[in-house]
Design a protein around this ligand. Sequence first.
Ligand code: C6P
Length: 416
Amino acid sequence: MKAVTTHSNVLDPEKIRKDFPIFSKEIHPGVPLIYLDSAATSQKPLAVIEAMDAYYRHSNANIHRGIHALAEESTANYEASRQRIADFIGAAKSHEIIFTRNTTESINLVAHSWGRANLKSGDLIILTEMEHHSNLVPWQILTSEIDLRLEFIPVNAEGLLDLDEYKKLLTQNPRLVSFTFMSNVVGTINPAKEIIHLAHEAGALTLVDAAQAVPHFAVNVVDLDADFFAFSSHKMCGPTGLGVLFGKEALLDAMPPFLGGGDMIKRVKLRSFTTNDLPYKFEAGTPAIAEVIGLGAAVEYLDDIGMDTIAAHTKELTAYALERLEEVPGVWLFGPSIEHKAGVAAFTFEGVHPHDVSQILDRDGLAVRAGHHCAMPLHEKFDLPATTRASFYLYNEKQDVDRLIEGLYKVKEIFG
Ligand code: C6P
């Protein structure tokens, strides 16, 4: 099923919502869903649900194993999705696309495979203070094994990375710079191309956590010159249980396998094995076949609408949300102004815990996230135990923001 939307460069969220079955649901009796939690996971269009359904109904067979017709059909569908996803992020070779379970696993793959093979005691890895736990804990685990040095690009009061401090850190001979392209809390879009260029000049490799970036705007890994690039299917209209790691061919080729088992080998003896070629070397065991096909459909859906159109829409909506949130007495907005961000508005509400804010908003069908959003160090830096976060995507409209503001006034009424 094709998206209802055409190639016009203005998006009609009302039409778009018709592509998403979940929006016909009443979240409480008589109360429609206003979904402002896409940074946690996006909703899924019918095109994705139907692609997965069709796979199970008509093409289900294990891939790369059978030579019967169904196995060949399933393998062809799976590999066609890989090609589509490679094209979507501008990768020149589809075997540079490795399927994992999520962004978290993609980063762990690099930490465990590349990290263990290439890093030694005292080596420096540069991260940032705005990282999701997924881009902190794998390096902390590795540090406990190898005694690495972790340093962090500071985040300034505005919620932007301090690039002068970054340049100073680069003089200390780092091996890797691993950073988020877009913050899941403050929404900051970091200057990835510049960060990567500076890292390369200093002789370091780069890993981009693109979990929030890929759903929101067009990316091109070749133009960015990213060495590794990780993202999740479920935040970009695709199914859960699937992540992607892009890696430059030469790097992936030289890396040892992450997990051992079927499909990642060429030959196995009782006491030894030889590894398979890329990308299979990193895809041990039966993969998430239906999910890969689902992500292929998601990418086609997003492409049909156009990533620039989606980016412009969410930017406009976020700008409107920031403007309206500022009107509400007691609301304090966390993060930079609209020029530097997209898709996310995190805030505190004086005297009210974010969990209470979220619970009261839920009565009106408003789904927002409350908590530390898996970025505890960033919250700690700003002395915030938690924030409320509203996040926007292609199916949201200004009316959703208006409902959020009305909801916040209700919160204010209840808490005085
Ligand atoms: N952020 C959020 O509500 P996984 O869970 O592996 O698909 O994605 C992890 C991840 C990594 N980096 C960034 C920047 C992210 O935003 C996320 C997921 C969700 O903000 C769930 S905690």
